[in-house]
Design a protein around this ligand. Structure first.
Ligand SMILES: NC(=O)c1ccc[n+]([C@@H]2O[C@H](COP(=O)([O-])OP(=O)(O)OC[C@H]3O[C@@H](n4cnc5c(N)ncnc54)[C@H](O)[C@@H]3O)[C@@H](O)[C@H]2O)c1
Length: 406
């Protein structure tokens, strides 16, 4: 039996996938409300294919509880934020989960850390917790790191098809864990050591962050000198070895806006490009705000209350709004003591910010300048409703001839 600890965006689909492929699974989360929702037969977030997978897993006997189980395999998928001051990984959730596991785990158990961590985290934080109990790693208990690469919005497909990395200092333990993941994963599964696996996951997200920052910086240069960044990127990308990403209003979510900081925190004198890239991405919401003020001025618009942000989530067609550019923009605006802008997002049904709307038409009635922060399908399908409005499109999803861009 596998006990999956942490049933959020990553832990839940992983637990469901294992269960629906014949593995006995108990999912544990310390959030009672979340466990009650799952036990009432409902999923806790929106994701294509998740409900079908959930029903399959229920039929296969998956259980959800707040209790840690006595079993031989644990998969830990709890949050790993970064410390805002030191920029290092904050392993507090991982540490707490491992301490709880140590209270119930039998000798011989394997603890798989799926949470993203910086290289050396498992050695620095997890090992001492186990050794404090007098247990010998590699004999009484085994440690594995199995980072996750799936993207919200396409999780079910990617769980099945992505290649994976398993880090284990004992190859036979790595192979044993690989067999569990291979029960559903059709991609290639590489087995390596723990520190290499830790580093590869952080490097992958850092690669994305640096490339996004490059596109964002180009947008700023082009805006400064009145050049069309999208046309320039389109032409550059016709070069056989150039592939520039599309600029955007910033970076959010629990991965690309977080994980690269781990390297900056751990290797401050060696991470100039990475640190600067993160700063460029973090500066984008303020850049969008500046664009809003410029566009208002150009159009003799004086009332900031007639400006509305479309989209609160960090990317299109998901309900995850953690660290989203819209939240960052509102925070930046708050610092200037400005009246918060109006906001609407079809994926966010509860009130999380001031001036939030839950109906697209009502939102549109109350604004003259619409700032597209997220390109949800809902908007793409109803773009005609923006006709007659001023539009600042930070995602390049609107093809009106008079649209404003980054
Ligand atoms: N969200 C993503 O797109 C994504 C993608 C790849 C990797 N990751 C990584 O996966 C990990 C989990 O991220 P997430 O997005 O699923 O987080 P999440 O916040 O959605 O879920 C974490 C869950 O863990 C629970 N939890 C926390 N501490 C616990 C404890 N001690 N015992 C039991 N339950 C506990 C929380 O209640 C929550 O439900 C992170 O390290 C993240 O970096 C996330």
């Amino acid at each position: 039996m596998i006990n999956v600890i942490g049933l959020g965006y990553i832990g839940l689909p992983t637990a469901l996938m294992l269960a629906s492929h014949g593995v006995e699974v108990v999912g544990t989360d310390y959030n009672k409300e979340l466990v009650a929702t799952l036990n009432a037969g409902k999923t806790t977030f929106k994701e294509d294919g998740l409900d079908v997978l959930f029903q399959k897993a229920l039929a296969s006997g998956i259980k959800f509880t707040t209790e840690y189980q006595k079993t031989d395999i644990y998969i830990v998928s709890v949050p790993t934020p970064y410390d805002k001051f030191s920029k290092k990984v904050d392993a507090v959730y991982v540490n707490a989960a491992v301490k709880e596991i140590m209270k119930v785990a039998p000798k011989g158990a394997t603890v798989v850390i799926e949470s993203t961590v910086s290289p050396g985290t498992i050695d620095r934080y997890v090992r001492p917790i186990i050794e404090e109990n007098g247990w010998v790693i590699g004999k009484d208990i085994h440690l594995v790191h199995a980072p996750e690469r799936i993207i919200p919005g396409n999780m079910v497909y990617e769980l099945l098809h992505n290649n994976r990395t398993i880090g284990a200092d004992d190859k036979s333990v790595g192979e044993k864990v690989k067999a569990y993941y291979a029960s559903f994963c059709q991609g290639e599964i590489v087995v390596t050591d723990i520190k290499t696996a830790e580093m590869t996951k952080v490097v992958e997200n850092t690669f994305r962050a640096v490339n996004i920052a490059f596109a964002n910086e180009l947008a700023k240069i082009c805006r400064h000198d009145d050049m069309d960044v999208y046309e320039i990127i389109k032409i550059c990308n016709m070069h056989p070895r150039v592939n520039i990403l599309t600029p955007g209003p910033g970076v959010g979510g629990h991965c690309i806006s977080v994980d690269p900081w781990f390297l900056v925190g751990d290797y401050p004198s060696l991470t100039k490009v990475i640190g600067d890239s993160m700063a460029v991405n973090d500066s984008m919401p303020a850049f969008v705000l500046e664009r809003i003020y410029t566009i208002m001025k150009e159009n003799n618009m004086t009332d900031i209350r007639r400006v509305g942000l479309y989209g609160l989530t960090y990317k299109e067609n998901v309900d995850d709004y953690r660290e989203s550019p819209t939240l960052q923009l509102l925070e930046c605006q708050e610092k200037h003591l400005a009246e918060p802008l109006k906001v609407y997002d079809p994926f966010i049904t509860k009130d999380i910010v001031k001036n939030q709307y839950h109906n697209f038409d009502e939102f549109l009635k109350d604004v003259d300048l619409v700032v597209i922060m997220v390109g949800h399908n809902e908007l793409k399908e109803q773009m005609n409703k923006l006709d007659g409005k001023l539009v600042l499109d930070t995602r390049k999803v609107c093809n009106f001839s008079n649209v404003y861009r980054l």
